[in-house]
Design a protein around this ligand. Structure first.
Ligand code: ZN
Length: 287
């Protein structure tokens, strides 16, 4: 069966027609407009184009921002505040279209098809501009009050630390997101630094960064006792060195040695297509 996945991000909207083997066909990408109505109209227009290749295919949407269980989204990077986007999408399409936060969609993609497939308890961490991802508990994405998803990246790891866009100080993502590594590595680029580490050079900056990542993972392990931790996001494109460095550091902690010797640290399966595949996982779960 063909399913259309839509990934609405801060700067681009991407669509793809996905078949059973998870290959993405008929990709399209257009800029994300500035208002909720324009975003909805553009998504509708792009899905109508995709339907020319896959008539009547079910649609799922991965959408950046915080979603409440009324289908309203708040997304600073899109300038949306409690915008009733779910209702607007359903009106535009004339049918109910499943839509979900992008981190939850990426988590669903890994749980349904990827690195967390079959796990009862697992964690996806995406190291990018921030830290995203989520937690699978009892074989389901963990949710809070009113269906809200948690924000792993805003776990505080530094008392009175760097100010974060969320209003707190010392959030994990201020120290352990790929962006933080970019700042730490300067004037070297992240790529240069990772290349040097891969070539066997010792790097205090890399060690420090891995420590910042690991300190958060230790807490997550102690709270959730996960079978698997999958590492994704932009930084994982740098290759196995990222995951193997994190794995080695994690396996040196008491959280691992004493409490969770079963936890496996693995690469996430879906990289640039996590949004589209996540939207497909959402649509398939709704069929
Ligand atoms: Zn924060």
């Amino acid at each position: 069966m063909k399913i259309i996945g839509v990934d609405v991000g801060g700067t681009q909207i991407k669509t793809g027609v996905v078949q059973g083997n998870l290959e993405v066909f008929h990709r399209d990408e257009r800029p994300t407009p500035g208002t909720a109505q324009d975003i909805v109209n553009r998504v509708h227009e792009m899905v109508r184009d995709a339907w020319r290749h896959a008539p009547g295919a079910p649609v799922g949407i991965s959408f950046a921002g915080t979603w409440d269980n009324e289908g309203c989204v708040t997304a600073n990077q899109l300038g949306l505040k409690k915008a009733p986007v779910k209702r607007m999408l359903d009106e535009a399409f004339g049918i109910s279209i499943p839509v979900e936060n992008d981190a939850v969609c990426a988590l669903m993609a890994e749980h349904r098809y990827g690195a967390l497939k079959g796990t009862e308890t697992g964690i996806l961490l995406t190291l990018g501009t921030g830290i995203g991802g989520g937690v699978i508990v009892h074989g389901q994405p963990l949710r809070g009050h009113q269906g809200l998803h948690g924000e792993l990246g805003h776990m505080i790891t530094h008392i009175d630390g760097h100010a974060c866009g969320c209003g707190q100080k010392g959030c994990w993502e201020q120290y352990a997101a790929a962006r933080a590594l970019g700042i730490m590595a300067a004037p070297m680029s992240t790529k240069e630094l990772v290349d040097r580490v891969r070539d066997g050079h010792k790097s205090d900056v890399w060690q420090q960064y891995i420590k910042e990542v690991t300190i958060g993972i230790q807490s997550l392990m102690m709270i959730f006792m996960p079978e698997v931790i999958a590492i994704g996001g932009g930084l994982s494109n740098a290759g196995e060195i990222v995951v193997s460095s994190i794995r080695e550091a994690v396996e040196n902690t008491s959280a691992f040695k004493t409490y969770c010797p079963f936890t496996r640290v693995v690469p996430a399966q879906f990289r640039n297509d996590a949004g589209i595949i996540g939207a497909v996982a959402l649509a398939e779960g709704n069929l």
